[in-house]
Design a protein around this ligand. Structure first.
Ligand SMILES: [Zn+2]
Ligand SMILES: [Zn+2]
Length: 153
């Protein structure tokens, strides 16, 4: 566990009048240890497999709170599902999403951040987040063989 993240989350829960429960911090620790992007259900299964008594509802609620508090960031990769990833001490980044094999590639380009800032300034808009996804096909020939994986459309 990381003391600083616990302090950030405690402060947030207090300021929003949420109850401070050990289960919420259990979810926090598991979520920040996850590599990359994950769905709420994946985290729930992980926690269960490590003998946690956590309920599915607590995992879902707490992930929402962690996203609101900024320790996690919520993503939507166009598949209708919500993914989360750690936002703690992590550089802002965006994603290339392979619609054929599901591969997600992260990249970071300061130009995008500049555009977001400029557009918001022009519109007098206060940003709370943005999303920039590029959909297409990746270059991984083994994993991403289009003839094998293509769904009939
Ligand atoms: Zn990411
Ligand atoms: Zn691919």
């Amino acid at each position: 566990m990381n003391k600083e993240t616990h302090e950030i989350f405690t402060k947030f829960l207090k300021s929003e009048n949420h109850r401070i429960t050990p289960e919420r911090f259990e979810v926090l620790d598991f979520a920040l240890e996850k590599e990359g992007h994950f769905a709420a259900d994946e985290l729930f299964v992980d926690m269960k497999s490590q003998n946690s008594n956590i309920s599915r509802a607590t995992v879902y609620n707490t992930l929402e709170l962690l996203a609101k508090c900024g320790l996690l960031v919520k993503r939507n990769f166009g598949d209708g599902k919500t993914s989360y990833e750690s936002n703690y001490e992590k550089k802002a980044h965006d994603h290339l999403i392979c619609t054929n094999c599901g591969e997600i590639i992260e990249f970071s380009d300061p130009e995008i951040q500049k555009i977001v800032e400029r557009v918001c300034r022009e519109h007098g808009f206060i940003p709370a987040g943005y999303s920039f996804n590029i959909f297409g096909k990746c270059k991984n020939e083994h994993k991403c063989d289009i003839s094998k994986n293509r769904k009939n459309k």
